[in-house]
Design a protein around this ligand. Structure first.
Ligand SMILES: [Zn+2]
Length: 109
């Protein structure tokens, strides 16, 4: 049986430790059964798992390319959708429209 790559850094050198899988390169540990259920695991700035439809707040001012203003810290973002990639949250923000955010810059409410 082959083990999956690390979901954080994509390392191939993952090994089993009891029921958990461990990545020796970034030290990430996870339960493979949990990953399988959801497919995509997106964590906020506190390491809390995010789900489609969650409401989050932005934890720092974010510059937006082409926008006249920043997204302010504390901006509330409703009904997020998780996607693959570097900017792993699809959402709409009042005054900005459709946006993609990085989960590391938000906090689940
Ligand atoms: Zn890793």
């Amino acid at each position: 049986m082959s083990l999956p790559n690390c979901p954080k850094c994509n390392s191939e050198y993952v090994y089993e430790d009891g029921i958990l899988l461990v990545c020796p390169e970034c030290a990430y540990e996870w339960d493979p059964n949990e990953v399988e259920e959801d497919g995509l695991v997106v964590l906020d700035s506190n390491g809390t798992k995010l789900s489609d439809g969650d409401t989050v707040t932005v934890i720092k001012d974010l510059k937006v390319k082409g926008a006249p203003k920043d997204i302010k810290q504390g901006t509330r973002v409703k009904n997020i959708r998780l996607v693959e990639g570097d900017h792993n949250i699809d959402c709409k923000i009042d005054g900005f429209g459709a946006m993609k955010l990085k989960s590391e810059f938000v906090k689940k409410l």
